[in-house]
Design a protein around this ligand. Structure first.
Ligand code: SF4
Length: 263
């Protein structure tokens, strides 16, 4: 299966987006029928990913990836819809859309290219930038604490919550595959170094560890794990599946007229 396109890749050499692109292509190849997939992106460096994979795709607008992906899923529930968004896109402009997609448990996958700043606009702080981050809009350092998206998604009702690292292709591919296979709303927060404005490769390489002995069916344990690292530069960083559960999905309930009380 050839998923290459004619589009020239304009990401900076070494950008973490390449890891996400390769992992997604490999997952689509593993599934086999690429016509089942629709990719949706927002606005930002991440968004170009839909130009680089030869499957049906849709450029959305800033913050509206979950809504667009939801509409596509409701239009054709047999499709596997994957939304891509940056941290500013998903956790800033589109936060309410993300929360409600999680709350509804619509059967889509969101992959967040979390480089912890606005990169396309040359390095302004974002909702996950660490406290004290110095960028174009905060030359003296931001005075805001970062948002913890893992914790936020857990309390919003997401039925699959995971974190991975763009520098670990095998782990990322495995987690994305599991997220796509999951029936319900799945989100993978991908730590994606921006080599140009916030190069975090060394920091992640030193501090990341894998959630091998964690029980992802226990929400309380998931919340505790989510608190281990709060997107500030310090401490060990767990990656893997924090939480996974089964619940009726929004698309199923709406489109097939099923009453949850009778399921
Ligand atoms: Fe990647 Fe940063 Fe370059 Fe954007 S600016 S392509 S996020 S390295």
């Amino acid at each position: 299966m050839n998923l290459e396109t004619y589009a020239k890749n304009t990401w900076c050499p070494g950008c973490g987006n390449f890891g996400i692109l390769n992992a997604v292509k490999n997952v689509i190849k593993e599934f086999g029928d690429y016509r089942k997939f629709v990719l949706v992106s927002g606005i930002g460096c991440h968004a170009k990913i839909v130009d680089y994979v030869n499957v049906n795709s849709f450029y959305s607008i800033h913050g509206r990836v979950p809504s667009t992906a939801s509409g596509i899923k409701l239009g054709n529930p047999d499709l596997k819809v994957i939304g891509f968004a940056g941290d500013g896109d998903a956790y800033g402009e589109g936060l309410e859309h993300l929360i409600f997609a999680a709350k509804r448990n619509i059967d889509i996958t969101m992959i967040i290219h979390n480089n912890r700043l606005y990169a396309l606009t040359t390095g302004q702080f974002s909702p996950t930038s660490p406290y004290g981050f110095r960028g174009r809009s905060t030359p003296k350092g931001t005075v805001e604490e970062p948002l913890n998206p893992i914790k936020l998604m857990l309390v919003s009702g997401a039925t699959f919550v995971a974190r991975s690292f763009a520098g670990d292709l095998k782990h990322l591919q495995d987690i994305i595959k599991k997220a796509v296979e999951h029936k319900g709303f799945s989100i993978v927060d991908v730590l994606q170094p921006c080599i140009t404005f916030f190069n975090t490769y060394d920091f992640y390489m030193k501090n990341i560890y894998k959630l091998d002995d964690h029980d992802p069916s226990d929400i309380k344990k998931a919340l505790k794990k989510a608190d281990e690292w709060n997107y500030v530069d310090g401490g060990k960083i767990p990656i893997g599946i924090f939480y996974k559960t089964e619940k009726p999905t929004y698309d199923e309930l709406i489109l097939r007229g099923r009453n949850p009380s009778k399921m």
